[in-house]
Structures are given as structure tokens and as C-alpha cells.
Design a protein around this ligand. Structure first.
Ligand SMILES: Nc1nc2c(ncn2[C@@H]2O[C@H](COP(=O)(O)OP(=O)(O)OP(=O)(O)O)[C@@H](O)[C@H]2O)c(=O)[nH]1
Ligand SMILES: [Mg+2]
Length: 295
């Protein structure tokens, strides 16, 4: 039996639906999803296995012009996704015209590997608009195969996945066949907490937060978790905690529910808030949080 395996890396502007697609392929909520841009900060592998194939998908941060060190590291992850891709998925959303970085865009149009250009969120469009978009993108990225999809409503997702498997090179698997991701359990704890912060806080707060899980103790019927929410400034600490701790409590409750689904076990979670001055611009701190992939 011929075995196929390879890296399938999803890139595109912020908020177009990259993480939604990744989760749709995997059939699990591996990546967090919110309506805010810059939800994803890391490159996250999601592995789909069949008897004769292994598709190693990568979700990546949305492409932006970096303004501080954290964002530079995020773009480093995007860059790495260009370097090892066997198949590149370039996702755009209905109505979008430009990639926010010309260098990345040129890499796509000059790529020697198969490019699948997915026009996402077609559930929000009509036939006429879709035809105009297909026209536009086929001129702009002539080397791509194009698929209109809705990652949210699972429209055309299966068809795209079948095409991916066709395009995978012949290769033995890169990871054990029962492995789902490259990230440890604590990473998903941090992300679940960060998702709730993205949802419930405004302005710069979500972008100033990093989460670190100090304790993850798994017993037979319960997982005990202690995590630290790190903010950049004094004033942000009070906002995160809220009146009599109510805001922080909500984050804890919602993250706990999310994680009980993810791990299939009862969860006990304790959250603390700490100030870590300007961590987003501090190389040493960034390294500690796993952002060591500067572009
Ligand atoms: N209507 C519609 N909304 C979608 C679709 N796919 C994703 N969304 C929504 O778009 C928003 C962004 O989705 P994400 O999957 O987080 O987007 P992303 O590209 O990973 O964003 P970043 O990680 O910030 O770069 C969320 O509110 C999703 O629910 C779709 O097919 N249709
Ligand atoms: Mg994302």
C-alpha cells in the first residue's frame, strides 16, 4: 500500500476563518476561535490520520505588519509555514481584496507547491458576489486551485480535504498515528482561558494578556489546574479581576466548561492575575511563553 504524508499549512489575513477550518478538518476544537483579529498566536499542528495517509495541518496567526516583538514572533510562525509546506492553503474571506504583506503574497504567487485558494464565508454572500470574487482571485493568484467554502457551515470542507489527500506526497508518516497535535495539554488550557479573555474584555486587554499554566495534575476523575493570567500593566489587573472578582470568575467558569469538554473529565481551575511589565516586547519573556520563532 502506498502511504502519503505531508504538511498542509493554512495562511491568510486575520479573522478570515483559518482556525475554524482547521477545527472542521480535525473534528475537534483544537484552535480557539473568536470574532477578534489576532486570536491565534502560535503555529498549531492538527494531524488527521487515515490508513494510507497522514495530513499534518498547521493553523497559523493571521498575517499582519508587526508592531512589537510578540507580533514579530507570530509572523515568524507564518514564515515557517511557508518553508515546510507540501500543500499551501491560502484562505481569503468574501469581499477581501489584499493580503496585508506583499512579501508573503509574492511567495504565494511564486510558489512551486500546490496552492489551494479557499474563498471562505460564502454563507454571507450571494451568487453574483461570489462570481465576482472568483474572477478577481483567479487573476490575482493564477497558480491556485480555487474553492468557495463555508468553514462555519461545513460547506465544501470535505471536498477540499479529499483534494488535499490527493495532493500529499508519497511518504511514511511523520508522527505516530494516534497523535492529534504537537502541543502539550497545558497549551490548550492556556488557550481556553485566553479565548474567554478575548471574548469578554475590550480594547487592548486581550492583546496584553498571556496565560501560563503552573499546575496541571491529572487524577483518575479530575484534573486540577492552576493558571496565571499575565498582564502588562497595573491598571489592567483590576480590569481583569473586575468588581469583587466577578469578571475573573466568569473567565474561570467558562474556561472550565470548555476544558471539561476538551479533556472529557471534571476540571478544577484556579486563576491568578500577575503583572509582567511589557512582556510583549521582552525577548526573554517571549521565549519563556514559546514565542521563540522570530521571523
Ligand atoms: N459567516 C461565517 N463566519 C465564519 C466562517 N468561518 C469563520 N467564521 C467566523 O469568523 C471569525 C474568525 O474566525 P477564526 O477561525 O478565529 O479566524 P482566524 O483566521 O483563525 O483568525 P486569527 O486567528 O485571528 O487570524 C469567527 O467569528 C468565526 O466564527 C464562515 O464560513 N462563515
Ligand atoms: Mg486563528
Amino acid at each position: 500500500m502506498v502511504h502519503k504524508a505531508g504538511f498542509v499549512n493554512i495562511i491568510g489575513n486575520p479573522n478570515v476563518g483559518k482556525s475554524t477550518l482547521m477545527n472542521a478538518f480535525i473534528g475537534e476544537k483544537l484552535s480557539i476561535i473568536t470574532s477578534k483579529a489576532q486570536t491565534t498566536r502560535h503555529r498549531i499542528l492538527g494531524i488527521v490520520n487515515g490508513d494510507d495517509f497522514q495530513a499534518i495541518l498547521s493553523d497559523t496567526p493571521g498575517i499582519i505588519k508587526p508592531a512589537y516583538e510578540l507580533q514579530e514572533s507570530m509572523m515568524g510562525f507564518v514564515k515557517s509555514a511557508f518553508e515546510d509546506a507540501d500543500v499551501l492553503i491560502y484562505m481569503v474571506e468574501i469581499g477581501e481584496k489584499e493580503l496585508k504583506d506583499e512579501d508573503f503574497f509574492n511567495k504565494i504567487t511564486n510558489a512551486k507547491i500546490p496552492i489551494l485558494l479557499l474563498i471562505n464565508k460564502i454563507d454571507k454572500s450571494n451568487q453574483e458576489q461570489l462570481e465576482e470574487q472568483v474572477q478577481f482571485w483567479s487573476q490575482k493568484v493564477p497558480n491556485a486551485e480555487m474553492y468557495p467554502i463555508s468553514a462555519l457551515e461545513n460547506f465544501n470542507v470535505r471536498e477540499v480535504f479529499d483534494r488535499i489527500v490527493e495532493l500529499l506526497p508519497e511518504s511514511p508518516p511523520f508522527y505516530p498515528k494516534d497523535q492529534l497535535t504537537d502541543k502539550p495539554e497545558r497549551f490548550f488550557v492556556n488557550e481556553a482561558i485566553r479565548e474567554k479573555i478575548l471574548v469578554h474584555y475590550k480594547k487592548e486587554i486581550p492583546y496584553s494578556v498571556e496565560v501560563e499554566t503552573e499546575e496541571f495534575i491529572e487524577d483518575e476523575d479530575i484534573i486540577r489546574i492552576r493558571s496565571i493570567i499575565m498582564v502588562e500593566r497595573d491598571s489592567q489587573k483590576g480590569i481583569i479581576i473586575g468588581h469583587k472578582g466577578s469578571a475573573l470568575k466568569r473567565v474561570g467558569t467558562e474556561a472550565r466548561k470548555e476544558l471539561e469538554k476538551f479533556f472529557g473529565k471534571k476540571i478544577h481551575i484556579e486563576l491568578y492575575v500577575k503583572i509582567n511589565k511589557n512582556w510583549r516586547s521582552n525577548e526573554r519573556q517571549l521565549k519563556r511563553f514559546g514565542y521563540n520563532n522570530k521571523g
